[in-house]
Unconditional design. Structure first.
Length: 143
């Protein structure tokens, strides 16, 4: 009887509370064509969910898995709705944005705008590290 009471009390202290489990955050990579301020006519926007908006970087190229850094510039936050849009004409006659990749990550983003970002990302059957720092943006396979 003592052992049973002990196990019951012990298990109540050790019970896993799933309400505090890490929530997945979403990310999306958009191809943006026809933006009037883009001399090349095409760039890519990387959006990372951050509470009530998306932190956003403009990328010159798509970062290749295990490839080199690509140029990235932090730009104004975007609305969360962009995480669910497959294709849309951008307001103000600023071109068309098309989703080309999307997935999740499980760590919140640092609150300081200019700090580096190092996140474990997932999409399809790939698990990779996203690194954004003073050198640009890079994605490499998680070992």
């Amino acid at each position: 009887m003592f052992l049973w009471k002990f196990l019951l009390i012990f298990s109540s202290f050790c019970w896993l509370d799933t309400s505090n489990s890490k929530k997945p955050y979403r990310w999306v990579l958009l191809r943006h064509i026809g933006a009037p301020d883009d001399l090349r006519g095409i760039h890519f926007d990387l959006l990372l969910e951050d509470k009530n908006f998306c932190r956003t970087w403009r990328l010159r190229q798509i970062p290749l898995l295990n490839g080199p850094y690509v140029n990235s510039v932090s730009i104004a936050p975007h609305n969360l709705e962009w995480l669910d849009i497959k294709e849309k004409i951008v307001s103000g006659n600023r071109g068309v944005a098309t989703r080309i990749k999307h997935g999740v990550f499980f760590k919140s983003i640092p609150s300081i705008q200019n700090s580096s970002i190092n996140l474990l990302m997932q999409w399809e059957d790939v698990e990779a590290i996203l690194l954004i720092d003073k050198n640009g943006c890079r994605v490499f396979r998680n070992k």
